[in-house]
Design a protein around this ligand. Structure first.
Ligand code: 3PG
Length: 418
């Protein structure tokens, strides 16, 4: 029998989502002359199996994969339920081409933002999820119950390999667990990848021996996918336990491939989110950081940057809510360790832990290397600020007999930089 498919078929305010529907919440601003209902049905249509023209379809030839806009709130929020069969198992690219694809540029809406997703087990099961998640703190490092501490040498690019390795040594000796490459340091002539990685990892081994605490390195392997895999193998061959990848600029399919290879090599993945704000900064358009973090978890990263709850240099965002989602139960999917990074320094550690808890990684670049007495003192100051907070001692009081912290507090106080 032939049937017609038109926009109205994608709106049903009586619909109750099934357990295996993928439900997406959008904020939309309908174009002039378009009602919320009309705009919502177009969103559901274009993101599943509809188009602008009414279609005459032979039902026998059609698997019905139409999405349903089933809720229209007073706050410009709509909810759309997608049948799980619409999605190819384990393909984040395909999922995003549906739920964050053509609809982002439709004329029917002046703006549209994908705010949140409720992932059914059938979809989640198609993905590996993280290997380690929050367990890196004790399984791969000796951080125990305190936040994992990391630092990125600054300037972020331009340092020679000699200078990079010296900063690493000083920072590890001062008390951080992890050295981290910055998002735009990959394999440039001033600090070539192989030399940097082999020398830094050798130094990590020395410092592990010297301090009795496991030291490791978040090596930025970001590159074209096959090259990225080669770089991950190099890290593994040289004894590293982590790789870092710029997940947004690399693309989710590359991240998925990296995740598969990291499983064989027991490497944890640290996700830097450079470029995320191109999608999530506007509060009325794009894809929220919450959804980006969800996607990253499914694709299998072990850490991801989620902001600093307004305490650093980046725009404020819902860091506590995103972090709670990353650590929440999601069927058999492992959790993710959230990373607070961007403009942090010892003077805000107490407020940061108060806002985000201790199950986080704290990364400070400028907040360590900008210490008046240098990197080692800066790392000590950060570690002291964490000790103070873990012991519930005010930073100023702890600083009375911790000189490095005192100097950091004198320099930065509790300022939140811009
Ligand atoms: C990052 O990777 O998040 C930034 O390079 C952080 O650097 P900062 O601690 O100096 O702000």
């Amino acid at each position: 029998m032939t049937t017609g498919i038109e926009y109205d078929d994608f709106l049903d305010l009586e619909y109750e989502p099934r357990d295996d529907d993928l439900v997406c919440e959008f904020t939309i601003d309908p174009a002039d002359g378009m009602t919320m209902e009309a705009a919502a049905s177009r969103v559901a249509s274009e993101s599943s199996n509809g188009t602008w023209a009414a279609l005459a379809v032979d039902e026998d030839e059609l698997t019905d994969l139409g999405a349903t806009a089933y809720m229209i709130g007073n706050d410009d929020r709509i909810s759309v339920a997608y049948p799980a069969a619409l999605f190819e198992a384990g393909s984040m690219a395909q999922i995003l081409s549906c739920i964050a694809g053509n609809i982002m540029g439709m004329k029917a809406v002046d703006s549209i933002r994908l705010e949140d997703c409720y992932w059914p087990e059938t979809v989640v099961d198609g993905f590996p999820g993280p290997q380690f998640g929050t367990s890196v703190a004790s399984e791969k490092l000796d951080a125990g119950d305190r936040p994992v501490l990391a630092t990125v040498p600054k300037p972020k690019v331009g340092l020679s390999t000699d200078a990079h390795v010296q900063i690493a040594e000083d920072a590890w000796r001062g008390g951080v667990d992890l050295l981290k490459d910055d998002e735009n340091l990959t394999d440039q002539p001033f600090n070539p990848f192989e030399e940097r990685v082999s020398r830094s990892l050798a130094k990590a081994e020395e410092l592990t021996e010297e301090t009795g605490e496991k030291k490791d390195y978040l090596v930025n392997v970001t590159a074209e996918t096959e090259e990225m895999i080669r770089r991950a193998e190099f890290v593994h061959e040289h004894g590293g336990g982590f790789v870092m990848v710029d997940v947004v600029t690399c693309g989710w399919s590359a991240v998925q491939t990296l995740r598969e290879h990291c499983e064989d090599m027991d490497l944890a993945i640290h996700a830097h989110r450079a470029m995320h704000a191109a999608f999530d900064r506007m509060d009325h358009h794009g894809v929220s950081m919450r959804v980006i973090a969800q996607v990253a978890r499914l694709c299998g990263v072990d850490h991801i940057h989620t902001g600093t709850a307004g305490l650093g240099k980046l725009a404020n965002e819902d860091t506590p809510g995103i972090n709670a989602w990353l650590k929440s139960d999601l069927y058999d999917c492992t959790d993710v360790l959230p990373v607070a990074s961007g403009g942090l320094h010892p003077g805000v550690t107490d407020a940061l832990i108060d806002a985000l808890g201790t199950d986080i990684a704290i990364q400070a670049g400028g907040g360590i290397h900008g210490h008046p007495d240098g990197t080692e003192a800066g790392a000590r100051a950060l570690r002291q600020s964490v000790e103070a907070t873990m012991q519930d001692v005010p930073l100023a009081e702890y600083a009375e007999d911790h000189a490095e912290l005192a100097t950091a507090l004198e320099k930065w106080g509790a300022e939140t930089p811009r």
